[in-house]
Design a protein around this ligand. Sequence first.
Ligand SMILES: *Cc1c(COP(=O)(O)O)cnc(C)c1O
Length: 403
Amino acid sequence: MPRTPAPEQLAIDGGTPIRGKLLPYGRQSIDEDDIAAVVEVLRGDWLTTGPTVVAFEQALAKRAGAKHGIAFCNGTAALHACMGALGVGPGDEVLVPALTFVATANAVVFQGATPVFVDVDERTLLMDPRDAARKVTPRTKAIVPVDFAGQPCDYPGLRRLAAKHRLKIVADACHALGGRQQDRPVGSLADLTAFSFHPVKHITTGEGGLVTTDDDEIARRLRLFRNHGIATDHRERSLAGTWDYDMVELGHNLRLTDIQAALGLSQLRKLDAWLERRNAIASAFDQAFAKIPGVSVLPRVAGDRNAYHLYVLQVDGARFTKGRDGWYAALRAEGIGVNVHYKPVHLHPFYRNRFGTGPGTLPHAEAAFQRILSLPMFPAMTDADVQDVVRAVRKVAAAYARA
Ligand SMILES: *Cc1c(COP(=O)(O)O)cnc(C)c1O
């Protein structure tokens, strides 16, 4: 008679997986309202940047507590435009946390400037203002803190540093739309704030991004950068009844379309409900994982609202027979679509070759990289999905626990 495997045997060792079909780590939610909003634009006069982009920019800026919103074709373009609008160029240095997506640093390199990597706080995994202070030089022009996983950075500390050295703060808030630091929304905490609307982010436009700022001149420069360095856009000329335009500096075409903005506007209406669901899932995870020896979760800051783009679990290699990569493989085999955010940027070959970065220089980011796993986290996850993730983590922890 064939032997059925014991229930605690891991799927990777031939046991029965918790789920037959992989639960992804992130996924968009699209409903009939979203589809109708896009179709309406398709039937109208404006496909690319027109009135719907303007409406989306205004709605998002209002939500984020800022005077201006300037939309871009993706979050990377939004960050690139921030560097361009601040006049960051060759010879300049920009402080970037080591633990982030490569796009944060790439935006600096696009402008011919040098990203200087700053270590993260060991506990929060957010840019450490003390290490940032050590890395300021006369060439430093800006700081780009990243609201990793959705938790706003130490902006009070960063603003003190920025004021002392006359630096601009560009928040990479691609993880943090809808987040809050005490009573201030993400989008109002820095000089410029960049968001992304990639499908795994809080709301989506397929591809898309946006920058918020209160500064009229920076807003004007962001718009120039987005549209070839031309002072007026097609819609403005059409409204003014003129063909004439001046290109005043070199810009790019980084525009969002009205088709995408229609989706973004429709999605924005659901942001608050989705943030609540993300927070409820995080609370369920926090509670469950507090009881498992050898794993830990990121701390919460009282009074802040974490937007929970990611839910990060940290596994203590010394407490288990397998490290992070072993856990990754085991959880994937159980049908749980875990991921790793991120390999520290200074460890990527491009940065090592071009800027001479490498291991041993940013100890907290490098140590965190050995521990971190992103668990599935998206608003459409059901309570049963959440329980599957918890069961899988318990199962792997039990199988790999050191005696
Ligand atoms: C998603 C993301 C970006 C880039 O966004 P895209 O819209 O994919 O270009 C930049 N920084 C961080 C931290 C991100 O998570």
